[in-house]
Design a binder for this molecule. Structure first.
Ligand code: NOJ
Length: 563
């Protein structure tokens, strides 16, 4: 590990209170519209989060990452931002935001907010101005407008698909009413891509970063951080000619894709870093960059964003071999670059891991086939899924680096796979029929109480329907209940706080290949049994286990910590 950025002490409290707090943090993602509703409109809000700060403190997390809370038409769950420097009036006001920040700070919890720089919403002032302005105008140059192909420009500038299905170009009507130019949207058509070659765009995001930093925000999560720079030289390649996209350990390593992971994107983050470093402590950032593992380091460099999500475990099966190689590879990368690793199993874009692990042989495409088949709860082995999710999470908490949790996983909450089409909200469901069911199932509002119209989430019906079985996962049912998932998370996070260090792990051999066993330099050991039969535990005191031990042995799908 580079001496420049590493700390060698064992006191995580020192790391957490200083400028390096983010390096070993447990970060809890809040999807604000589905967390807690304070005003009875069925939509979670900022005051709802403030009211739950005692809950967050009792959970023992170090930071909250807040998904977008900005004014938005919700064409993509808030990732279509109308105004980057305001709060959606349905979620509250800037004053409410300040109150929430103060309450989190008083509880010793840091705050990370989501920044969405690749695209705005089509309701953003700048986009409205672009539509009202002529071709070639300065207003159009803030986005990516091109003439169409064909005799009358009736064909899109290229045949590229958007991520949510359907074409990546949308034709506009010019101010004089004639069919006009096309604009690029890598996501929904309500999310026009910015032109990052335009200095005004660059300046405006610096202003946004300062705006939230001045309000006391500690860090930023950067949405599709690898998409901002595009090579749109003409003729644009057809989709058949596009290089294979690179994520995880597959795909592109040379930055040659016209819109993903181009080298020049790092110039933007170098500028952002200067802004982050204007503050004391410096503001932090984490990149959402679905790039090849070898390309991740540049996003995570100290001259760039500092940290990048590693989605490798999230994409893996519950399998000792896969976990071993992913952990080894990522820790080697952390040692080489000095950027701490990140770990994550669930977020607002994927099927909850308690469900993924309960699907027969992962259900194909990480559960997408199950969703396409109707997402029936009866097709999920809920008990096995939850056991494995608890084991995986406990293993994650013992790893060096930051652990990112998604709201509800501390309850062992399952995905809602069978939301009726009429209630679905996600654009990927509407734009990609038969291919994508969308991500609404992990965004269903949390159950706080075992009864009530919205299980304590709201006085009104929740904006996405909650099934009856949510009752058994409610906070009320688990709070203070020995063995509950909530109490497991609380205890694990409490222990982690006293045990976590920057130092790496050492793998220890176990007689059984389906067991992963490692030790940290301070003697903290974690053992996970991915197999089917109980196995012997190493000597020492078991301080926590994700399921009860059986006759002193570690049962299947279980993790234990030993000191
Ligand atoms: C990644 C976000 O996590 C996802 O929810 C969103 O749809 C896309 N970026 C587009 O902003």
């Amino acid at each position: 590990m580079s001496t420049k950025t590493s700390t060698t002490h064992n006191d995580i409290n020192e790391v957490l209170s200083g400028a390096n707090w983010w390096r070993q943090a447990a970060v809890y993602q809040i999807y604000p519209r589905s967390f807690s509703d304070s005003n009875g409109d069925g939509l979670g809000d900022i005051a709802g989060i403030t009211a739950k700060v005692p809950y967050l403190k009792s959970l023992g997390i170090d930071a909250v990452w807040l998904s977008p809370f900005y004014p938005s038409a919700l064409a993509d769950g808030g990732y279509d931002v109308d105004d980057y420097r305001d709060v959606d009036p349905r979620l509250g006001s800037l004053a409410d935001f300040d109150k929430m920040t103060a309450a989190l700070r008083a509880a010793g919890i840091k705050l990370i907010v989501d920044i969405v720089p690749n695209h705005s919403s089509d309701r953003h002032e700048w986009f409205k101005e672009a539509l009202a302005s002529p071709k070639g105008s300065a207003a159009r140059d803030r986005y990516i407008f091109r003439d169409g192909l064909g005799e009358n420009g009736e064909l899109p500038p290229s045949d590229w698909d958007s991520k949510f299905g359907g074409p990546a170009w949308e034709r506009i009507t010019e101010p004089d009413g004639t069919p006009g130019q096309w604009y690029l949207h890598l996501f929904a058509k309500e999310q026009p891509d910015f032109n990052w070659g335009n200095p005004e765009v660059r300046e405006d995001f610096l202003k946004t970063l300062r705006f939230w930093s001045d309000r006391g925000v500690d860090g930023f999560r950067i949405d599709v951080a690898h998409a901002l720079i595009k090579d749109l030289s003409e003729p644009m390649p057809s989709k058949a000619e596009l290089p294979v996209e690179g994520t995880g350990i597959d795909g592109l390593v040379d930055g040659s894709h016209p819109f993903w992971d181009r080298d020049d994107v790092h110039e933007i983050y170098a500028e952002w870093r200067k802004v982050f470093n204007e503050y004391a402590p410096p503001r932090t950032a984490v990149a959402e960059a679905w790039v090849h593992a070898v390309r991740r380091g540049r996003y995570a460099s100290p001259e760039g964003l500092g940290q990048a999500f590693n989605f490798d475990l999230l994409q893996a099966d519950f399998d000792a071999g896969q976990f071993h190689s992913i952990i080894t590879k990522n820790l080697a990368e952390a040692a080489a670059t000095g950027a701490p690793s990140t770990w994550v199993f669930s977020n607002h874009d994927v099927i909850r891991h308690a469900t993924r692990y309960g699907l027969p042989s992962d259900g194909g495409r990480h559960g997408q086939e199950w969703l396409l088949d109707g997402g029936s709860p009866s097709a999920v082995d809920v008990e096995v899924g939850l056991r494995r999710a608890r084991a995986a999470s406990l293993l994650m908490f013992a790893l060096p680096g930051s652990a990112y949790l998604y709201q509800g996983e501390e309850l062992g909450l399952q995905e809602v796979g069978d939301i009726p089409a009429s209630d679905r909200q996600d654009p990927s469901f509407f734009r990609n029929p038969g291919v994508d069911i969308g991500r609404d199932g992990c965004r269903v509002p949390l159950p706080w109480t075992t009864e009530g119209l919205a299980f304590g989430f709201s006085d009104a019906a929740a904006h996405l329907p909650q099934p009856e079985w949510f009752s058994r996962y409610a906070v009320e049912a688990q709070d203070g209940t020995p063995g509950s998932t909530l109490e497991l998370y609380r205890e694990a996070l409490r222990l982690r706080r006293s045990l976590q260090t920057e130092e790496q792990l050492k793998w220890l051999n176990h007689t059984d290949d389906s067991v992963l066993h490692f030790i940290r330099p301070n003697g903290w050991q974690s053992v996970t049994n991915f197999g089917t039969e109980p196995v012997d535990l190493p000597a020492g005191t078991v301080v926590i286990s994700s399921s009860p031990l059986t006759d002193g042995k570690l049962p299947a799908d279980t993790t234990a910590w030993i000191i």
